[in-house]
Design a protein around this ligand. Sequence first.
Ligand SMILES: *Cc1c(COP(=O)(O)O)cnc(C)c1O
Length: 249
Amino acid sequence: MKIKMVDIAGNLSFVRDKISQACSRRPSEFGNVIPRLVAVSKTKPPNLVIDAYDAGQQHFGENYVNELIEKAGHPDILKRDIRWHFIGHLQRNKVNKVLAVPNIWVVETVDSNKLATALDTAWPKFRTSDDFKLNIMVQVNTSKEQEKSGCEPAEASSLVKHVLENCKNLNFLGIMTIGAYGYDPASGPNPDFLSLRQCREEICKELSLDKEQVELSMGMSTDFEHAIELGSTNVRVGSLLFGERPPKH
Ligand SMILES: *Cc1c(COP(=O)(O)O)cnc(C)c1O
């Protein structure tokens, strides 16, 4: 088998350039918020995470609990100040495992009151200082596909309300969507991204929040520029940085 070399530093600077170009195409209402780049390292070995970190990347995303635990616990990764994003479906019986991960920075996939409560209850056992809240995002199933997780768009604001009012150990960061795969931005603004924006409107109105207080996590390798033009503040990019993944089994 031929081993393909991956030029992580080159790929990172390519993606960062694309991000800043996309920022300059945004309407001025988005201000100068620079979207956060999350390098999605699922299925990729620890050495690529290390290469990316050493090339200046701090935020990484994983969506399988065991893989996150293994990678985050790798001795050379532990030495680095990585900020982990959990971006996969989270079952309540796995909450302790995810919260025990050193440097867990955000759980992007909170999709029910029960999961929020479970995270809130468990976090004090794991945090390193008393006033350190766990960042969370609420995942919204904007494409309304059965197999996708996330709360219904119409439920998002009551879930956020639950987090703000009842989960004092959690810090609400924003809302996240995966969206339907394969949408062609040439057909116009991605309806999933528009739907997430609409969700934010409703959340802000119902809970009297400012737009700046509610991040939008949307956009992946094929559409992060498009997502940024529509207001994304957090893009999750995997294959464009680390190379294609083997097809899902
Ligand atoms: C895999 C994954 C990504 C990254 O996908 P790419 O197409 O490789 O950029 C982003 N978000 C989530 C939730 C994922 O599971």
